[in-house]
Unconditional design. Sequence first.
Lengths: 262, 262
Amino acid sequence: MTDGWQVGELARATGLTVRTLHHYDAIGLLSPSDRTPAGYRLYGPADVERLYRICLLRRLGLSLADIEAALDAPEWSLPAAIRRHHDELDRRLTLGHQLQHRLRAMITELDRAAPPDPAELLDTLEEMTMLDSVVQKRIAILVYADIEAAYDHLVNVFGLGAGLLERDADGRVGHGEVEAGDGVIWLHRVSPEFGLDSPRSLGASSATVMVMVDDVDAHFDRAKAAGAQIAYEPVDQPYGVREYGARDPEGFLWSFATPLDR
Amino acid sequence: MTDGWQVGELARATGLTVRTLHHYDAIGLLSPSDRTPAGYRLYGPADVERLYRICLLRRLGLSLADIEAALDAPEWSLPAAIRRHHDELDRRLTLGHQLQHRLRAMITELDRAAPPDPAELLDTLEEMTMLDSVVQKRIAILVYADIEAAYDHLVNVFGLGAGLLERDADGRVGHGEVEAGDGVIWLHRVSPEFGLDSPRSLGASSATVMVMVDDVDAHFDRAKAAGAQIAYEPVDQPYGVREYGARDPEGFLWSFATPLDR
DNA sequence: TTGCTCCTCACGTCACGTGAGGTGGC
DNA sequence: TTGCTCCTCACGTCACGTGAGGTGGC
């Protein structure tokens, strides 16, 4: 009819609610550039593009205030906002893991003892929550002779996230990082002085890594198609996960798993 | 004067604010059992004990509503509340890590390119945020000949959190878990069929673990006093952490580190 | 006239923070 | 009279969800 989108259409297209668009209008983040005679909001192409960017930044978890600032002067406020947000999220996640630690300890305690009397239960709780972990993060470090080849395999075949890859002056890679959901895994060079060697030359491995994924069968199909060397196909394990195993180029055994819903 | 604590005294003693105590009173979570003639709140011993428990459960992150329910019927609602809360926090942390993943990708992108023009920057962002990681968690698995001894060392000397320790029918330990801040590390038995062996018998290790701690020097002192075999003492590393190394009973190299503030 | 979409208030969420304006006891 | 502690409203936070009550176009 008139050109432009009505709220309902826009809401359906973006997956937002009408109320959300009203809210963005009310706070001045995104006001439609036109209205029908009856007062209906009409969003033009520029509005839609702005909304699109708002949605993008929302997916990064930025606040509406930060988004507004970033859209007004993206070249200098966007990087700063993202960095700030990253650091803050990092702090929040660390606190969240401390909470998890306490909660796990409590649950272990509750499982161990048959339902004790309430007062006692709270007393136990008291002792446990007092000693808080000073440990914040763990990073597994795997030893490879050819870090770059390993990195490529982990990223392209196993689907891990591409992280840092540091080269020295000669262009050789001395340190690599891949992302795996809740953090990173480091790739370390062979180092005889510290007794570190690749499974390939040792003939066996002293560590493996389990990676929890959304859908283990889908992951298996993709990895296999990408050339993964499968050690064992997906099976339901008695310990509550469906899991498969694969070897990387230097002989590390990786297992990928999804919890079985009980 | 009269017996009982005034709000201010109680606030100072618990580290809460007066307003918080007012709030607990307003919602009926903790109302003082008495008032002075002038209307001042007076908290008796039973009130103080209840407040103490409220603080404990708050540290576990329970909502005030859950806390009230748990204090009224702790034996059946407390375990359920804690489990529920644990699972919900787990979901939130997984989402948080997905966010971290996106933010890290963005920051990498921002570092790589010299400040590009805003539209381009947002276009790049668009591509990146579309492909979301299906990977959720990583668990490092270390191979030990004597899991129980390793477990004891990791918990008592390195200060990691005591997790599961599973015994088979013969009473031998076949699987162990220790907690390290943002998740667990598994201890696996030697398994020739999968090419898994302990560093001790291999003569070298194919993996190490870095553990980020609050205060690396304090951790060093404690670990050393507890009998840790130190590989190298705390030093400032060029890559931005202060770090020391120690060997566990089967020859794994562990490094403990704290970020240097720049 | 019946549906459908739209409109503008306006309260509720969660756990308090932050004043505003005022009173009783030493 | 001066300080100090206390009191009771009451608005603000963050990003909307959820009605309430009503209107314009096909």
